[in-house]
Write a protein that binds this ligand. Sequence first.
Ligand code: AMP
Ligand code: ZN
Length: 113
Amino acid sequence: MSCIFCKIVSGDIPSKKIYEDENILVIEDINPQALIHVLIITKEHIKSANHLTKENIDVIGKMFLAAKVVAKQMNIDESGYRLINNCGTDGGQSVNHLHIHLLGGEKLGENLR
Ligand code: AMP
Ligand code: ZN
């Protein structure tokens, strides 16, 4: 197993856990791009959004619900936040294990590229 996020899920690589349930792990990003920057990671190894199937519909919903819970927990539910999924080379995906970035805690830039 060479996937860094699978190793984080299994505990082989340490991480700062923010939230965990049966299907989802939320950790602090090691290289934060905003005052708050966490990663919503599926416990199951799914390579990217491009590899999703109908079997994954449940877990996608759970990722968004985890984002909402974490935003509330970090007290940015009212001020707002951004959810980002990078997919593939042009999308800037560097870890090939499905995750959503949650950024907030400050006014974010308006550029999407
Ligand atoms: P992406 O470029 O969308 O695939 O995002 C991967 C993210 O994982 C980047 O923001 C990295 O900073 C973050 N990252 C890589 N390794 C670790 C790690 N060991 N712990 C926490 N975050 C990590
Ligand atoms: Zn993985």
